[in-house]
Ligand binder design. Structure first.
Ligand SMILES: Nc1ncnc2c1ncn2[C@@H]1O[C@H](COP(=O)(O)OP(=O)(O)OP(=O)(O)O)[C@@H](O)[C@H]1O
Length: 273
């Protein structure tokens, strides 16, 4: 096992935010963590990253997190937090390079070039980061994080907190295709927090669902994404239809007035015929 999380709990300001979580992740597996706002997903990820004190045990390749030397840990596990603010005037290329501390700045690094191209930020390499759009910044942060572990030997753990939340649909697909390829072809173990249930259904091997600090469900997309569970966990009213390929697709039900609303037509907006 790459990651073993055993009875992990986190308390912040005397509140129990994460409560007795158990999960395991093996090489090549892509696990997605779902749950409503405030369920404790980011807090759990921070504990697994070693960024927050926790009760219980978290092992990476069989060794407790606290026993890893920081520089070794940084080569085996990379973390993309939910929010990263870069307000200093570095270029896109320099920020990706931050993930490669062993490579002297200014030296050409194929990994940096490849990652920038894979994530469609190669054309932005000389741009300063504060001027980038939200989606460009998010792809940049993923490139920096991947640069840290992509060519490390041994087990590698990638922890992603809502890494597609700012992306348009084509870039969501690009990023999740890449992450899935890194798992399946390169053997990375990936744990990703997501809110988009349909992306989770398409890309994850297994889903975990948290609510109020606890793990409440675990299984395949077909087992987890049911109307009953979505209602219980999120208070979300949805239909679940099965696509030809066997994946479930979640469609929100419209609530409230059922009569169709017909917008008044503004004559100046009529299409020229
Ligand atoms: N330092 C803190 N002190 C007290 N409570 C905190 C602290 N940090 C987070 N919390 C609370 O812990 C709960 C879980 O937060 P967390 O960010 O883990 O949720 P989440 O599941 O990732 O939510 P979201 O989907 O909105 O990102 C929230 O109610 C949050 O307000």
């Amino acid at each position: 096992m790459v990651l073993c999380v055993n009875n992990v709990s986190v308390s912040l300001e005397r509140s129990r935010i994460v409560d007795g979580i158990d999960c395991q992740l093996k090489a090549g597996e892509l696990l997605m963590l779902l749950g409503p706002n405030g369920a404790g997903k980011s807090t759990l990820l921070k504990a697994i990253s070693g960024d927050l004190p926790y009760g219980g045990s978290v092992t990476l390749s069989g060794r407790e997190l606290g026993q890893w030397r920081p520089e070794r840990l940084a080569r085996q596990r990379a973390v993309m937090p939910q929010r990263v603010e870069v307000n200093f005037p570095l270029t896109v290329e320099e920020v990706v390079q931050l993930g490669r501390p062993k490579i002297a700045s200014g030296r050409s690094d194929l990994v940096v070039d490849e990652l920038m191209n894979e994530l469609d930020i190669g054309h932005l390499r000389h741009r300063l980061v504060p001027g980038l759009s939200g989606g460009e910044q998010q792809r940049l942060q993923l490139a920096r994080v991947l640069a840290q572990i992509i060519d490390s030997p041994g087990d590698r753990l990638l922890l992603l907190d809502e890494c597609t939340s700012a992306l348009d649909p084509a870039h969501q697909q690009m990023v999740l295709d890449l992450v899935r390829r890194l798992a399946k072809a390169e053997g990375m173990a990936v744990l990703a927090v997501v809110h988009d249930l349909n992306l989770a259904a398409q890309f994850a091997d297994r889903l975990l669902v948290m609510k109020a600090g606890r793990l409440v469900h675990e299984g395949s997309a077909r087992e987890v994404l049911t109307p009953e569970l979505l209602d219980t966990v999120y208070g979300f009213t949805a239909r679940v239809v099965e696509l030809e390929e066997g994946y479930p697709m979640v469609v929100p039900r419209r609530r409230g007035p059922s009569s169709a609303y017909t917008a008044p037509v503004n004559p100046s907006c009529r299409q020229a015929s």
